[in-house]
Design a protein around this ligand. Structure first.
Ligand code: 5CA
Ligand code: ZN
Length: 409
């Protein structure tokens, strides 16, 4: 499917910095050394109840990754999926009495509009689960031929024991894995499974549900984790730089995906870094579709909120932190945006050289956007209080904020 248009990324004077980022698998910061083309896969939305502020915060984090890499004069090969067929989407369509495919299309379009408004750079490939099915089937067949998958009443499961590295993304113990598996789309209590954690690779056709030709697997639809693996391997191959998503994807989704890919290829690891964004809450609880405590980007836009202010509100929180969305968070961002716009609208100002360095350094240091905002605040205060004589400075600040933070002043 098509993604959304890219906004212009202004070129900046000076040198970009290599990204140091926290890797969930090793539990510490690593400095990535991508080649001339950095490769990143970010898990996309399941298209209903999108785009809420939690989604936007997670995609903001990976947009910063892309911007840091572009600033080092690398190309970025960014791939994102849309989970346009899955249990929760089908359940929502059923609940609301609407066609699941129409619901997915409509919500995906809304997501594109929100991403465009927020100046998130688009992925090079934006791929739906449905369009990936012809590539998924042979992978499941291969896993079965390798002895890493088995059939249960027509469904096909992955055997977690087939991967000697299973557990090395999340490092959770079996009890914690079992709990999360039950919470997040798994079926640990289904009788007949070899290991309760084994995830579904291919689900046999069920009455009233959409299904596709699955070759030797029979008609059915793909499991969740193999969907992302098929898309990532098809476009990026093994050993790509970053597998990204929110922290609720660490287990089972990214753990299982890594295992699928590692067994399929015999290579390790699937990604050099597994990067996870914190969860945004509303009224004290994680913003989630199941609870319905959601603030939508499209709703804020309709209410006349400037998308640049929404973006600044996201940037005011470190991507790994769990944080709470409040009216005050948005109000602070609106105020900051006003200050910044006033500061860059004068013909001259304090030198911008140090500031550009500070923004670069902050982002290269595990995407420390709050530190980058603080640096711009300092420049804006200096502009307001002392002014300056550097004729090019406001323009450079404006371009740096746009190129590195995705905020158009
Ligand atoms: N389609 C799958 C991934 S393949 C999925 O998780 N879709 S989603 O629509 O539920 O979430 C999309 C992205 O937003 C995921 O990376 C998820 O971790 C992230 N996300 C969901 N809720 C929040 C939240 N409250 N705060 C931050 N990120 C969130
Ligand atoms: Zn995914």
């Amino acid at each position: 499917m098509h993604a959304w248009p890219a906004s212009e990324v202004p070129a900046l004077p000076g040198q970009g910095r290599d990204l140091r980022i926290h890797d969930t698998a090793t539990g510490g910061p690593i400095t990535l050394d991508p080649g001339p083309v950095a490769r990143i896969y970010v898990c996309g939305i399941t298209p209903y109840d999108a785009t809420h502020i939690g989604h936007a915060a997670t995609y903001n984090a990976f947009d910063l990754v892309q911007r840091v890499w572009l600033d080092t004069k690398r190309q970025v090969h960014y791939v994102q999926n849309v989970t346009d067929v899955d249990d929760p989407l089908l359940e929502r369509a059923e609940r609301d009495g609407v066609d699941w495919a129409a619901l997915a299309e409509q919500e995906t379009q809304l997501f594109r509009e929100d991403m465009t408004a927020l100046r998130m750079l688009p992925p090079r490939q934006y791929i739906g689960a449905v369009e990936a099915i012809p590539g998924i089937v042979p992978l499941v067949e291969r896993l079965r031929d390798l002895g890493a998958a088995y059939e249960l009443e027509g469904d096909t499961y992955f055997s977690v024991e087939a991967d000697p590295h299973f557990g090395q993304v999340s490092h959770l113990d079996a009890a914690a894995m079992r709990l999360l598996s039950a919470e997040r789309g798994g079926d640990p209590d289904r009788p007949g499974k070899k290991n309760p954690l084994d995830p579904m690779l291919w689900s046999a056709a069920r009455e009233g549900e959409p299904s596709w030709d699955g070759g030797s697997l029979g008609r059915g639809r793909p499991g969740w984790h193999i969907e992302c693996v098929a898309i990532a391997l098809d476009h990026l191959g093994m050993g790509f730089d970053i597998q990204g998503g929110g922290s609720d994807l660490v287990f089972p989704h990214h753990e299982m995906g890594a295992s699928h890919a590692q067994v399929l290829t015999g290579e390790f690891p699937m990604a050099k870094a597994y990067v996870h964004a914190g969860m945004v809450a509303l009224h004290g609880e994680k913003m989630s579709k199941s609870k319905g405590n959601l603030v939508f980007v499209s709703r804020l836009r309709r209410d006349g909120v400037d998308p640049a202010a929404i973006r600044l509100a996201l940037l005011a929180h470190h991507y790994r932190a769990d944080w709470e969305w409040t009216d005050q968070v948005l109000q602070d961002a609106v105020t900051r945006l006003g200050h910044w716009r006033a500061a860059v609208s004068r013909p001259d100002g304090p030198s911008a050289e140090t500031l550009v360095d500070e923004i670069r350094e902050a982002l290269a240091n595990d995407l420390d956007a709050p530190a980058a905002l603080a640096a711009v605040d300092r420049w804006a205060v200096a502009q307001e209080q002392q002014g300056g004589t550097d004729m090019g400075a406001p323009g450079i600040v404006s371009r740096a904020v746009d190129a590195l933070l995705g905020v158009a002043l």
